[in-house]
Design a protein around this ligand. Structure first.
Ligand code: F7E
Length: 329
């Protein structure tokens, strides 16, 4: 039986990855902050089936707890480690991004150093992001496109990527990198636009009226479905050699289309319920962030399975079901 460690197991991707690895017969361990574990132990994560985390070995070790991290990694052998934990909100002002930059870079470095010291045979997956391309020079982006991050998050992830690449090249660690574009699900946190919309649609459908305030409706993203994307993570780590892979759908949709699909699913006209608030505006890129996943399709046989419309419908249905239980976010 293979044993895997997931950092950030309480997040959206950690949840789906744990579920997927358990289904493959893995013994799954997860790192989480003490507060995250209290939520799980107290069954306070309103939309999470408690059985999932009961089947995992959870460790209350945050990634800035160097002694705790070293203790765990020196005592328990892992075959694979998926490094998903990070502060990940792109909309944060660069001038406020100190913690994001410091924590995301330091945590990646601590983890790499601990693995190199105690478990150089453990494979490491690094969660890269399209935000490393930031303001790209071309579309779609590939593994060869130059990086040009434009947010604290993107900068921190690119620095993490270069750390990982150097440990791969200098110490021979097996470090696989997925450069993932936006991936969403009913487990997405509500500050991200897809979940913000699905929660609002569920509320407005239930109450019969209401509005939601959004930023730039013309903004476009390459949105995929998170449960599809965790399969790519696993495939990347189980390749015969460590490489970087773009993971994307290659299809762009606007925030306006997102609203159209979500509201029409409950029989409503989005134009009557969406208001634009420029506070939510960001600098949008002239060249869109959309990925070419030809390499991972060709080499690992991965491809996105769930369409944008299916995904949005699932998110709205899940939020409607959640609201009916009376549990409010
Ligand atoms: O924004 C526009 C906004 O915050 C998507 C993270 O997982 O994916 C995610 O980052 C788009 C942007 O995600 C609102 O300007 C309009 O163009 O959902 P988001 P993100 O910033 O793309 C990447 C790949 C990551 O790695 C990140 O960690 O939607 N938008 N109106 C809005 N966005 C938000 N949040 N709220 C609005 O009201």
């Amino acid at each position: 039986m293979k044993r895997a460690l997931i950092t950030g197991i309480t997040g959206q991707d950690g949840f789906y990855l744990a579920d997927y690895l358990l289904s493959l017969g893995y013994e799954v361990h997860g790192l989480a902050r003490q507060t995250g574990l209290e939520y799980i132990r107290g069954n306070l994560l309103r939309d999470v089936p408690p059985e999932l985390y009961q089947r995992c070995h959870l460790h209350a070790v945050s990634l800035d707890n160097l002694p705790g991290l070293y203790r765990l990694i020196s005592q328990t052998p892992f075959d694979e480690c998926y490094h998903l934990a990070a502060s990940s909100f792109v909309g944060e002002r660069l001038a406020d991004g100190y913690q994001t930059i410091q924590n995301n870079i330091a945590s990646t470095h601590y983890l790499l150093a601990a693995l190199q010291e105690f478990q150089p045979g453990c494979r490491l997956y690094f969660a890269g992001t399209s935000e490393m391309f930031g303001r790209p020079s071309m579309a779609p982006q590939t593994e060869e496109t130059p990086f040009m991050p434009r947010s604290a998050y993107g900068i921190s992830k690119l620095a993490g990527y270069h750390l990982v690449r150097n440990y791969r090249e200098a110490y021979g660690l097996f470090c696989g990198v997925g450069i993932l574009y936006n991936h969403e699900s009913p487990r997405r946190r509500p500050e991200f636009v897809t979940r913000k919309v699905s929660m609002a649609v569920a509320r407005i459908a239930l109450e019969g009226s209401g509005t939601i305030q959004l930023g730039n409706l013309k903004a476009r993203r390459d949105w995929g479905y998170a449960p599809d994307y965790v399969k790519a993570m696993h495939a990347i780590l189980n390749h015969d050699h460590p490489e970087d892979f773009v993971v994307a759908t290659g299809v762009l949709h606007s925030v306006e289309e997102l609203c159209e699909v979500a509201f029409s699913h409950v029989g409503l006209d989005w134009r009557k319920h969406v208001e634009v608030n420029t506070d939510f505006y960001r600098d949008e890129e002239a060249v869109p962030l959309t990925g070419c996943s030809a390499k991972i399709q060709r080499e690992l046989g991965w491809r996105p399975e769930t369409t944008f419309v299916e995904m949005v419908h699932r998110m709205v249905d899940a939020d409607k079901a959640l609201l009916k239980t009376g549990v409010v976010e």
